[in-house]
Design a protein around this ligand. Structure first.
Ligand code: NAD
Length: 367
């Protein structure tokens, strides 16, 4: 296969973890005889510095023409001024919207050897295997917003949570389709006891469920969901949530795995690439981690596992994706750890060393 992949390293540890992911992608290309043509573009804080905007047109156009996009992370202290007219995160939201990537898939599977790195007890973690699907281009992150000062000098801020039935339906369908290939359970997360947008969410998801009689639907209020994720995480199969609720519960769920540095994501829409697969955006779920940027100690697994998702969803290369996932699992079971995964006193590998072991395992040379 010949595929065009746009690479957006971004800021902070983004370029460090993307370097690891590209080394792995090159190894997959050699090992399985594919040609992956990569081109690197600016997005986020680095784009504000060099081009004066967090999402240059040239970057968005390159992404629109690619088979898939691989992103590191954006943001950092330097661009944190809340009054700035452009911010790195704005570029990310504009990219998701520009590519119409309305469904963000975040699989969470635990490595048994890392259970000790999780804040939960091992007995709670046995059997945890969930897929969180977050709506990505609607809801409160894209609703009407404003900041103003009233006549009495009081400052106000406003954001609007707004969904159309169509926006809910298309992401719900992705959740139910995914559940059919898994344990056939969907938990829909909302706040229908308070919010009208959630009542529409619940009604629409219930209507979609009627087309999938083999899948069991459970409605869970978001506050209860945060509790159940800690008390009964193994009971969840597929979770589907609006943009903000999904953002929050996925960070919480990520800690079940021991470190958010482990977790990948895929953002998909309806647009297809030249191979007839969805043109997706693939990125680890973590941010730019400015506290460890430049130290060479970031965990590359989330980005490397995002490459596995890219191979599977945007290029249809299931064997290659599975081989990469096996190489990562072997690396962990052989005891290799980056600093975020190592227990105190345990030795740890740098980003580059961890990547090198994963590449060795991919090539069948035990690392
Ligand atoms: P973060 O995810 O960057 O970091 C949270 C904590 O996890 C930090 O202690 C960090 O060191 C650690 N961590 C994260 N990824 C790691 C990895 N791969 N290996 C080892 N440790 C890792 O979240 P934050 O600190 O809240 O945000 C930092 C910046 O990232 C902010 O500017 C934020 O807006 C941005 N952000 C970007 C994205 C994105 O690009 N998709 C997502 C979330 C946050």
């Amino acid at each position: 296969m010949r595929a065009n992949i746009v690479v957006l390293p971004g800021d902070g540890i983004g370029p460090e973890v993307v370097e690891g992911a590209l080394a792995v992608l090159t190894a997959v290309a050699h090992h399985f005889n594919h040609t992956f043509i990569t081109s690197t573009h600016l997005m986020g804080g680095c784009a504000i510095d060099e081009m004066g905007t967090s999402l240059p047109d040239e970057t968005l156009n390159a992404c629109l023409q690619a088979d898939a996009v691989l992103l590191g992370a954006v943001g950092g202290y330097k661009w944190d001024n809340p009054d700035a007219k452009d911010r790195p995160e704005r570029g990310l939201l504009a990219l998701r919207k520009g590519l119409d990537l309305f469904a963000n898939l975040r699989p969470l599977k635990l490595y048994p050897e890392l259970m000790a790195a999780s804040p939960l007890k091992a007995e709670k973690l046995t059997g945890v295997d969930m897929l969180v699907i977050r709506e990505l281009t609607g809801g409160i992150y894209f609703g009407d917003r404003a900041r103003w000062t009233d006549d009495a000098g009081e400052e106000w801020g406003k954001d609007t949570m707004i969904y159309s039935a169509g926006e809910v339906r298309r992401v719900a369908e992705i959740a139910f389709n995914a559940a059919q290939g898994r344990r056939k359970r969907v938990a829909s997360i909302d706040k229908a006891n308070v919010l009208d947008s959630s009542r529409l969410w619940r009604k629409t998801v219930t209507a979609v469920a009627a087309q999938y009689p083999d899948v069991t639907l459970e409605h869970v209020l978001v506050d209860a969901a945060t509790m159940h994720l800690l008390s009964r995480p193994a009971s969840f199969d597929v979770l589907v949530a609006g943009n903000m609720f999904g953002d929050i519960i996925t960070d919480e769920a990520s800690m079940l795995s021991g470190s958010m540095g482990n977790l990948p994501s895929a953002s998909l829409g309806e647009a297809q690439n030249q191979h007839g697969y969805p043109r997706g955006l693939y990125e680890p779920i973590h941010g730019s981690a400015p506290d460890i940027a430049g130290m060479g100690i970031a965990n590359p697994i989330g980005t490397i596992m995002s490459v596995a998702m890219l191979l599977r969803h945007s290029l249809g290369l299931e064997d290659e994706a599975a081989a990469l996932e096996t190489a990562v699992a072997r690396t962990i079971s052989a005891g290799h750890r980056t600093a975020d995964l190592a227990r105190s006193g345990e030795p740890s590998l740098s980003t580059q060393e961890m990547t090198a072991v994963i590449v060795q395992n991919l090539q069948g040379k035990e690392g």
